[in-house]
Design a protein around this ligand. Structure first.
Ligand code: AMP
Length: 188
């Protein structure tokens, strides 16, 4: 089973992805985590991505598509994966569709976590406190630009997947446990 979790930054994609991974034996593929690792290891991709990420902008499509294309070929992805933070543009979604098609695979569920922007600012500030500011992009200013980028570049994925009858919505403002239950109902 292959899943996409969609929603703005701070919507709870990472938390829910981890829960789904445990329950269904899938692999969580977070392009944000992979890019942060690349920055920490000062790889070529990391050096390219660093400033873009601090600003809250998007890393070029071909970079993230390349990362995902390599990663899904690894054996641990054989049982399925959950994409968290990818795709983030229609071009990425199209590239994903092509590369899955070439491998005889497909996306089974696209789940949107619906949340309200103002509530997100509070959540991100909370995450910054909990992680001791480990993520340089967790602050109210960067969040506003990440939200603007989300609405401009990522929100068009909603009609894109809705047109394929693939989109399922979950109320992301509910408690974390209720969100997990709602996702579970879609997956079983
Ligand atoms: P995230 O952890 O998903 O919030 O991602 C953190 C940052 O990594 C984003 O603000 C972007 O700069 C970059 N990033 C992560 N995933 C993508 C993606 N699919 N496309 C472009 N940039 C990405």
């Amino acid at each position: 089973m292959n899943i996409i979790l969609l929603g703005p930054p701070g919507a709870g994609k990472g938390t829910q992805a981890k829960r789904i991974v445990e329950k269904y034996g899938l692999v969580q593929l977070s392009t944000g985590d992979m890019l942060r690792a690349a920055v920490a290891n000062q790889t070529e991709i990391g050096l390219r991505a660093k400033d873009i990420m601090v600003r809250g902008d998007l890393v070029p499509d071909e970079v993230v598509v390349g990362i995902i294309a390599e990663r899904i070929d690894e054996p641990d992805c054989g049982n399925g994966f959950i994409l968290d933070g990818f795709p983030r543009t229609v071009a990425q979604a199209e590239a994903l569709g092509d590369l899955l098609h070439k491998r005889g695979r497909k996306i089974d569920h696209v789940i949107q976590l619906e949340v309200d922007d103002e509530a997100l600012v509070g959540r991100i500030e909370q995450r910054a406190k909990e992680t001791g500011g480990e993520r340089k992009d967790d602050n109210a200013d960067t969040l506003r630009s990440r939200l603007a980028v989300y609405h401009e570049s990522t929100a068009p994925l909603l009609p894109f997947y809705a047109a394929k009858n693939a989109l399922k919505k979950v109320d992301g403002m509910a408690s974390m446990d209720d969100v997990t239950v709602a996702i579970d109902k879609i997956l079983v």
